[in-house]
Design a protein around this ligand. Structure first.
Ligand SMILES: *Cc1c(COP(=O)(O)O)cnc(C)c1O
Length: 383
């Protein structure tokens, strides 16, 4: 077994073999955990191997980065201590004063970062509905350094047309980044659609068990911009720790199967709940009624495992419903094996555009019929 990865491997195989090989010194089949922060140098003060100090890179980051790059078909992957640290590195490597066009309903933490950088004079963000390609084209009439697309967006699950937007950014020399956290590399391949970068919060599906915080930037080309992102990680001290890299690698081995099962369950649940009298809307890209459905069919391999429900009786009933659910824990985050429910408007605060009757579900790996029975019982309790 070598680190060579033929392009013909399926994601299931890449997830287990890409970048991984038995440890040559011990013969350990699975990657050993290297906790050392410092690495030997020779008489000429050169590192004897590829490592010197773990803030800049260590064997466990090296291994998991190779797997992550393969899964997104990128040339370079750089792990970070969180998803927001990964996004911050992308934003901070832009020249001062750069204009950034970003998805209006992106993850609220991303908007918080962009607004913070704007307040300190670093960036000039403009938020647009990126599911409207014409709106993106209009925003690009002014010189723009970066377009930041989150698709599906969170929690409205809007779908942006990545290939069409890449046709707008490429001739202008504008970089295109996609936050692919909700879709995962299994559901969507933004680099193949023309994006320059894909960013994931590894805290979600990639980690998959709600027990590690991490992020990754995967670059289509190993260019100066990719090197600058890596350099930014060292400058900011935003490296992912060895144990978290090891856990992430362990989780990636099952990513394709977990994600597909979770997406299948979500489609089944969304389909069963559509038209329920206690619900004003079931928002899920896999439903034909979803405005992004046709685009999702073209650009996604699965429709994701997030569902947003709008409760007909409004905010109070939505909040009450969370208390009636037995299997969906009321907690923030998504992408774990366990199902979660969250009233996003409460979390996002008074300025949020998220409707206050909306509950966001993260569908886990429990049996979908148990989850559905739980949702039916809670809906009945608040109807
Ligand atoms: C959670 C999340 C982030 C931030 O990642 P952290 O790992 O929590 O820092 C960014 N984008 C999306 C879509 C997310 O869900």
């Amino acid at each position: 077994m070598s680190e060579h990865k033929p392009r013909s491997w399926y994601p299931e195989t890449l997830a287990i073999h890409a970048g991984r090989r038995p440890d040559p010194t011990t013969g350990a089949v699975m990657a050993p955990l290297h906790l050392s922060t410092t690495y030997l140098r020779d008489g000429a003060a050169q590192p004897v191997a590829a490592y010197s100090y773990s803030r800049d890179g260590h064997p466990n980051s090296h291994t998991v980065e190779a797997t992550l790059a393969a899964l997104d078909a990128g040339a370079d992957a750089c792990v970070f201590s969180s998803g927001v640290a990964a996004a911050q590195a992308v934003f901070e490597t832009l020249p001062r004063g750069s204009r950034v066009v970003a998805t209006a309903d992106s993850y609220y933490g991303t908007r918080r970062q962009l607004d913070d950088l704007a307040a300190r004079g670093w960036l000039e963000p403009e938020y647009v509905d990126t599911s409207d390609t014409d709106a993106v084209a209009r925003a690009l009439e002014r010189p723009t350094a970066l377009v930041w697309i989150e698709t599906p967006s969170n929690p409205m699950l809007r779908i942006a047309d990545l290939a069409a937007i890449a046709k707008l950014t490429a001739p202008r020399g504008t970089r295109l980044a996609c936050d692919g956290t909700l879709a995962t590399p299994i559901g969507q391949q933004p680099l193949a659609l023309g994006a320059d970068l894909v960013v994931h919060s590894a805290t979600k599906y990639l980690g998959g068990h709600s027990d590690l915080l991490g992020g990754v930037v995967v670059s289509r080309v190993a260019d100066d911009a990719a090197a600058a992102i890596r350099e930014r990680r060292s400058v900011a001290g935003a490296m992912l720790a060895p144990f978290d890299c090891w856990l992430l690698g362990r989780s990636l081995a099952t990513l394709p199967w977990r994600v597909r099962a979770q997406c299948d369950s979500a489609l089944r649940i969304a389909t069963a709940l559509e038209g329920h009298p206690a619900l004003r809307a079931v928002i899920y890209p896999g439903l034909a009624a979803h405005p992004g459905h046709a685009r999702a069919c073209v650009q996604m391999r699965t429709f994701g495992a997030m569902i947003s429900l709008r409760v007909a009786a409004g905010r109070t009933a939505a909040l009450a419903m969370t208390g009636h659910l037995e299997l969906f824990a009321t907690a923030t985050s998504l992408g774990g094996v366990e199902s979660l429910v969250e009233h996003r408007a409460s979390i996002e605060g008074p300025n949020t555009a998220t409707p206050d009757d909306l509950l966001r579900l993260s569908v886990g790996l429990e049996h979908p019929d148990d989850l559905l029975a739980d949702l039916h019982a809670a809906l009945e309790a608040v109807a």
